[in-house]
Write a protein of this length. Structure first.
Length: 80
């Protein structure tokens, strides 16, 4: 017997007004943020340093590839 259950359906949830849904959304965000394990200042500085070093290394690798391939293209197709 479909339609006779007592569970909430997607149609019932979508009938809630905008403010009720927004309020629920914000409460869920706050609940999830309370579960987060925030890094200490020392950990944050260490993680930031690791990310910056990694980005610099990757930028150097990409710049080297760009230089090498640019020279290769100029050698194959000629250039000034």
């Amino acid at each position: 017997m479909s339609g006779t259950g007592t569970g909430t359906t997607d149609a019932d949830r979508s009938k809630k007004n905008l403010f009720a849904r927004l309020s629920l959304f914000i409460r869920e965000i706050v609940a999830e943020l309370r579960k987060v394990i925030w890094p200490t200042r020392k950990e944050l500085i260490a993680y930031t340093g690791v990310v910056l070093v990694f980005v610099l290394i990757m930028a150097g690798i990409i710049a080297a590839y760009d230089f090498i391939f640019g020279r290769g293209v100029l050698a194959v197709f000629g250039g000034d």
